[in-house]
Design a protein around this ligand. Structure first.
Ligand SMILES: *[C@@H]1O[C@H](CO)[C@@H](O)[C@H](O)[C@H]1NC(C)=O
Ligand SMILES: *[C@@H]1O[C@H](CO)[C@@H](O)[C@H](O)[C@H]1NC(C)=O
Ligand SMILES: *[C@@H]1O[C@H](CO)[C@@H](O)[C@H](O)[C@H]1NC(C)=O
Ligand SMILES: *[C@@H]1O[C@H](CO)[C@@H](O)[C@H](O)[C@H]1NC(C)=O
Ligand SMILES: *[C@@H]1O[C@H](CO)[C@@H](O)[C@H](O)[C@H]1NC(C)=O
Length: 470
């Protein structure tokens, strides 16, 4: 500091001394020429100058002091800034450290990822390799196959393979056919089942006596023909062979539902018949809904709708041709009194105009019919009635085994009300004996069944009431 101050003084002198009073330092031309007073003035002047110098020095020092303070201040500020900077630098350093660490971690992660991707790619390589191997194998197989087909297989083997293929094909076809047949049969079974169910419902919902009057509603207007059966069933010979010969056979097979079935008596054409348990019904009257005043051809073929019908002489003949037949006749008057009569029965064929053969067996009805045995069938257009002058069928309407007309005609007119005139009454449904007055019945059913199966399948003998024999 002392050196610095002296240095400052010297500098200050050189600057200030010259500037303040340049003449003071210039010497006089000669010292002898100067007076004592003059020398004293010089000292005063010098002291004055020194004073001034001191003052300006002090000012300068103060000024400098301020400047130094200023500098120190500035230095302090700088110091502080430097400190702050160094703090910041260290912070940055720390962050850098952390960054470094993070980078290391990231680097590791990256390495891991790289490792994984490498593994994946190597696996993919493996897969691709395997794929190409497989492809090679397939190609090899294809080659082998093509080489096999190009003559390595003998013609015998080819033929065997082809025949095997044919066998498989035919088996497939037969399986298909079998399935078809099974389906058809099940359809048929279902159809029959619904029919049976329908009939069973009817049977259970009505009185036993009335069941024989309940028939399916599906047979309308037309005579019982085979058309419906043949169009809805694909019958073949085996099925034809298995058809029941009559209702009695159906009954023996376990059928217990009254209704319409397909039968085939004595190897004839199959036809539909109304079965009342064992009995094959050949004639029915119940409400007059069917006109029985028909010609020969109609009586041969049959007519009606199974509620009221005539089965037809041809079919009745084929039924009777089986032998041991019993003709069962059920009649009911308007007082609900029901009775029956049975005959041993045979019916000749068309060559004999369906001549009837009857032998009385049993029943609670009188027997006017035995006198008709050996009679041919007659209609209004075919008169075989043993009557000289008249045509019985024309007089009494309907076809029957008239014998000089006789006392029976179950194919007469159906009367809901008792007719007024005697001759009109005589045209009704008749079953009389002796001199009994004409009486038209409410209900009739004629059926055929084998003798062996016993008598009177479904008929119950009702108590004798006045109605029928009045
Ligand atoms: C007839 O049907 C029977 C089965 O009901 C069957 O075994 C037979 O092969 C069939 N015949 C014809 C010619 O379709
Ligand atoms: C079938 O009818 C014919 C006559 O049409 C007869 O000769 C034959 O004996 C009958 N068959 C049977 C099994 O009754
Ligand atoms: C059958 O009836 C026709 C017509 O009534 C008659 O001409 C014919 O002689 C009859 N047949 C027999 C065998 O009596
Ligand atoms: C039986 O029929 C004949 C005609 O063939 C007749 O003369 C006779 O009186 C009848 N007998 C009875 C009991 O009806
Ligand atoms: C048939 O009818 C005619 C006229 O209606 C009658 O003269 C004749 O006596 C009748 N014959 C018989 C057998 O009833």
């Amino acid at each position: 500091m002392k050196i610095l101050t002296l240095w400052f003084l010297a500098v200050a002198c050189t600057v200030l001394c010259v500037k303040e009073d340049p003449s003071v330092l210039q010497p006089e031309p000669t010292p002898e020429a100067r007076s004592r007073f003059a020398a004293l003035d010089d000292v005063r002047l010098l002291a004055n100058g020194l004073l001034q110098l001191g003052q300006s020095l002090r000012e300068f020092v103060q000024k400098t002091k301020g400047q130094i303070n200023d500098i120190v201040q500035k230095l302090n500020i700088f110091d502080r800034s430097f400190y702050q900077l160094s703090v910041m630098a260290s912070e940055i350093k720390e962050e850098e450290e952390e960054l470094k660490k993070t980078t290391v971690v990231l680097k590791a992660n990256n390495e891991e990822i790289m490792d994984l991707s490498f593994q994946i790619s190597s696996k993919m390589d493996n897969i691709l390799q395997e794929k190409s191997q497989l492809q090679n194998k397939v190609e090899g197989l294809e080659e082998k196959l093509s080489s096999l087909s190009q003559g390595l297989v003998t013609s015998d083997q080819v033929a065997e393979i082809n025949s095997l293929r044919d066998v498989i094909h035919s088996q497939e076809q037969s399986i298909m056919e079998l399935l078809k047949a099974v389906r058809e049969q099940s359809d048929q079974l279902n159809h029959q089942r619904t029919q049976i169910k329908m009939l069973e419902e009817k049977v259970t919902s009505t009185h036993q006596q009335e069941t024989i009057e309940k028939v399916p509603e599906m047979f309308n207007a037309e005579a019982p023909t085979l058309t419906t059966y043949l169009t809805s069933h694909s019958t073949n010979s085996t099925e034809m062979m298995n058809l029941p010969s009559d209702c009695s056979e159906l009954f023996n097979r376990g059928e217990r539902v009254t209704g319409v079935y397909v039968i085939r008596p004595n190897r004839s054409q199959p036809f539909m018949a109304f079965c009342d348990m064992r009995a094959t019904v050949i004639q029915r009257r119940r409400d007059g809904s069917v006109n029985f005043d028909q010609n020969w051809d109609k009586y041969v073929d049959g007519f009606g709708d199974f509620k009221e019908f005539w089965l037809g002489l041809r079919k009745i003949h084929s039924l009777a041709a089986q032998g041991n037949s019993v003709l069962h006749i059920q009649l009911e008057d308007w007082k609900q009194s029901r009775r029956f009569i049975e005959y041993r029965f045979y019916l000749d064929g068309p060559e004999s105009n369906y001549t009837i053969h009857l032998t009385h067996l049993s029943g609670d009805l009188p027997d006017p019919m035995s006198n008709h045995t050996g009679m041919m069938f007659s209609t209004k257009d075919k008169d075989n009635d043993n009557h000289q002058d008249d045509n019985c069928a024309q007089n009494y309407t309907g076809g029957w085994w008239f014998n000089a007309c006789g006392e029976t005609n179950l194919n007469g007119r159906y009367f809901h009300m008792k007719p007024k005139g005697r001759s009109e009454r005589r045209r009704g449904i008749q079953w009389r004996q002796g001199r009994k007055a004409a009486y038209s019945l409410r209900f009739t059913q004629i059926s055929v069944q084998p003798l062996a199966s016993g008598s009177a399948a479904s008929s119950t003998s009702a108590s004798s009431e006045a109605g029928l024999f009045v």
